[in-house]
Structure formats: C-alpha cells, structure tokens
Write a protein that binds this ligand. Structure first.
Ligand SMILES: Nc1nc(=O)c(N)c(NC[C@H](O)[C@H](O)[C@H](O)COP(=O)(O)O)[nH]1
Ligand SMILES: [Zn+2]
Length: 163
C-alpha cells in the first residue's frame, strides 16, 4: 500500500531532524520516489554527506554514486517517472554559490513529474525563491503538502540564532 503524501512528508521531516543545526542554512529532509513501484530510490538530509550538501543534493549524489555516473547523467539511469518530496522547496539560489537544487532537479525534467514541498522557502537567506516558476516552466509540478508547516519550520531553523 503506497504511502500518502503526508506520510512521505512526515518521513522527510524525520530525516530533517537528523541534520546538524547551523545558522546559515535550513535543516531539510528529502526523498526521491519511483512512481511505478512507490519505492524510495534515495533519502537525504542537509549535511548528511561531507561538505555543504543540501538534502535534495544528497539524494542525487547517492544515486550518482550507486549507478556510477556523474550527477549530470542521472536521467539516463533513473526510472522514467519519479516524485521528489522535500520539507522545504528546492533552493533557487545559494549564498555559498553552489549549484542550486532547482538546477539539479531541472536536469531530471521529464523524469521527475512532481516536487512535493512542505513549505516554500522563508526569506531568511534568499529574498524570493524563484524555483516554482522555473520548475513549472519545465513541466515539473510543485505541489504544497499542507499540514506540517510549524514542525517543518521549527526543525528547519533550529540552528538559527534568535533575532
Ligand atoms: N531546500 C533546501 N534544502 C536544504 O538542504 C537547504 N539547506 C536549503 N537551504 C536554502 C538556503 O537558501 C541556503 O542554505 C542558503 O542560501 C545558504 O546557502 P548554502 O546552503 O550555504 O549553499 N534549502
Ligand atoms: Zn538546495
């Protein structure tokens, strides 16, 4: 019995809780799901892998490693219909200058059908995340899974110094 959207988002939130708090990013959890089998292809949480790695980026890095391909070639080796769940929408700009996750998702346009997000990105680091427009333009739906916002934001900002 496949999990429902809220169950996947709760799973992402549990992953986000594993992320070490930092004042300069959010604690996010993400999973990539094969829509044909409902199998979870990869999980990730912020800083899970060495370096300044985002949750979504973790998923893609793990799959690139598993398949022995560079991240740019993932579309060639991954299933044709997938969904990405992430507690915070994929970043469209990173203050570190690293490649934003929206760009990483766009590499899989045509395979990733939908990005399910728990919250849109707050304005703490990036005044307005333009990801939804970019993803929509590439035919990737961005769908808000409502109901977990307070918990997601509390976990995401746990490392932030109080104003
Ligand atoms: N969707 C998402 N997943 C993450 O794992 C994560 N950490 C963010 N965070 C977005 C935020 O805008 C950036 O973390 C800051 O812009 C700082 O950029 P870096 O993270 O240092 O590259 N967003
Ligand atoms: Zn990102």
């Amino acid at each position: 019995q496949p999990m429902d959207h809220e169950a996947y988002m709760r799973f992402c939130l549990d992953l986000a809780r594993k992320s070490p708090p930092k004042p300069t990013n959010y604690r996010v959890g993400a999973v990539l799901v094969d829509l044909a089998s409902n199998d979870i292809l990869a999980t990730g949480y912020t800083l899970e892998l060495p370096g300044n790695i985002h949750a979504e980026q973790c998923c893609f890095m793990k799959l690139a490693e598993q398949h022995g391909v560079p991240e740019e070639r993932l579309k060639d080796v991954l299933p044709p219909r997938m969904a990405l769940y992430t507690t915070v929408e994929p970043c469209s700009k990173r203050l570190s200058g690293n490649l934003p996750c929206v760009e990483r998702v766009l590499r899989l346009a045509g395979s990733i059908q939908t990005v399910y997000v728990g919250v849109m990105e707050p304005a703490t680091f990036v005044s307005s995340n333009t990801g939804k427009a970019s993803l929509d333009a590439a035919g990737i739906s961005v769908v808000h899974v409502a109901g977990l916002e307070p918990e997601i934001l509390q976990v995401a900002t746990a490392g932030h110094v109080l104003p």
